[in-house]
Design a binder for this molecule. Structure first.
Ligand SMILES: [Zn+2]
Length: 462
């Protein structure tokens, strides 16, 4: 069994029993963390220098439409309604299976490069069985921990959809790629839910996904598309439960939030994207008030960057902005601030793992868990002097500080470079796929394409 020792790192474990160790060692045996402590006596391990580095658990992105990596930054100036029009109305149908594979591979490997070791691929452009297979294969090619969230075809997404899910294909994918739930990449179900599909279709989706043993992720409370108490309706149909992750939650009502907490659900906030596109302010405090500690997600790189650093800062600033703005109106001083860097780093790691159903495997530096570890090199101008480790990670670091990435005990990035990956060779494939898509669409990729907003179904829940 291979043994590796990360020596003398500043360990931020996110495990309350372990805490922060300013100079400590992490022993990795095979895929797992075997020991954490000071001056571990280890004979024959490969040494990974940790001095001058902060060791954190790998980040967990709990919701990303990974296939859209080929459309990176083309929606930099789009609202949510323009995104629906551009991505769903134009691009979704144009994707070939090969585009799905390259898009997923690009999105996943770029996430890994930025220190995200677990990715929930919210895959909702599975237009044919070949598309779904290609998406799975592109995701698996990145060599990271992931959940493939099977989520319908482009055509099945036009709201309010009464089209049934092709469960024969969901079952095929389950059998062909995910016979075990103990793999590096596992499977979930990414449901349209009752904002985007009818209630009978939603009932069928939830029931059949559960029959296949799949956890469910569903968008709820995204701007105008989520203001009519969708979770109250979902609960009324008997479909809520601890196996459901609610994505966004920005425009939900108090009764919706209460039901998430009462039924043991989990949440995924995509703060940076939501602030840009008009979903609403981060619902962080409303979730905390009902006992739900949220996870964080990127959502789409059509608008926002690949990395969790940017998303963590958006969550912290966006959440504080709401409270600070109210205090200004009331002419009072906020003390203390309502959310801390310690909370946000836990959201971006441990809570993400829990939302993916992987809390027993990853999300913290804990003996017995899988060794999913990121080292940030603090010998960088933007990180010196190294004062407050949580503050440094959440409020000072960026993806360029990610020096080492380890997934299940395997070093996937070393000395700031991905292991066994030819970035320039891959770029040629990526650009060819991009060129094909934009040529078929007949639109420019330079940012001048501003689609007409899609406005239908904003009152779809009732
Ligand atoms: Zn989404």
């Amino acid at each position: 069994m291979s043994r590796k020792l990360i020596r003398n790192a500043h360990i931020v474990s996110i495990d309350p029993q372990v805490g922060v160790i300013p100079r400590g060692d992490i022993l990795i045996e095979g895929s797992k963390i075997a020991a954490i402590g000071v001056d571990l006596a280890v004979g024959d391990a490969e040494i990974i220098e940790g001095a001058g580095r902060i060791a954190i658990p790998g980040f967990v992105d709990t919701h990303r439409h990974t296939w859209q990596a080929l459309l990176r930054a083309t929606g930099a100036d789009w609202t949510l309604a323009q995104y629906f029009a551009g991505v769903r109305g134009v691009m979704g149908d144009l994707y070939t299976p090969d585009d799905m594979k390259i898009g997923n591979h690009l999105g996943a490997i770029a996430a890994l490069d930025a220190g995200i070791t677990t990715l929930y691929d919210w895959s909702h452009n599975n237009n044919t069985p070949d598309h779904a297979s290609a998406a799975v294969e592109g995701l698996m090619a990145a060599g990271m921990r992931a959940v493939f969230g099977y989520g319908n075809s482009n055509a099945e997404w036009v709201p309010v959809s009464d089209k049934p899910t092709n469960f024969a294909d969901v079952e095929r994918v389950r059998r062909a790629y995910f016979s075990s739930d103990d793999q590096l990449v596992t499977m979930g179900f990414a449901a349209r839910g009752n904002q985007f599909a009818t209630l009978p279709v939603t009932r069928d989706d939830f029931t059949r996904a559960r029959d296949l043993g799949l956890r469910i992720s569903v968008h709820m409370g995204d701007g105008l598309w989520g203001m009519n108490k969708p979770i109250v309706q979902l609960h009324g149909a008997g479909l809520t439960g601890p196996d459901v992750t609610y994505v966004h939650c920005n425009s939900l009502q108090a009764e919706d939030f209460r039901l998430i907490g009462a039924t043991g659900g989990t949440a995924s906030i995509a703060p940076e994207l939501e602030l840009h596109m008009g979903h609403g302010f981060p619902p962080t405090l409303a979730l905390l008030a009902v006992g739900v500690r949220p996870s964080i997600s990127i959502d789409v790189v059509t608008t926002v960057p690949d990395d969790m650093f940017s998303a963590m800062r958006a969550l912290l600033a966006g959440t504080r902005a709401v409270v600070n703005h109210q205090a200004l109106q009331d002419r009072v001083i906020v003390d203390p601030l309502p959310l801390m860097a310690t909370d946000v780093l836990e959201f971006a790691t441990l809570q993400g793992a829990i939302a993916c159903g992987l809390g027993h495997k990853t999300g913290s530096l804990t003996v017995g868990k899988e060794a999913d570890i990121v080292l940030l090199n603090t010998n960088a101008l933007n990180l010196m002097p190294m004062n407050n480790a949580y503050g440094i990670v959440v409020e000072a670091a960026h993806a360029g500080n990610v020096e080492t990435v380890i997934v299940a005990g395997k070093v996937r990035k070393r000395d700031f470079k991905l292991v066994d990956f030819d970035t320039l060779g891959f770029r040629a494939k990526v650009e060819a796929a991009r060129d094909g898509l934009f040529a078929k669409a007949g639109v420019p990729a330079d940012g001048s394409w501003l689609p007409r907003p899609f406005e239908a179904a904003t009152d779809s829940e009732f």
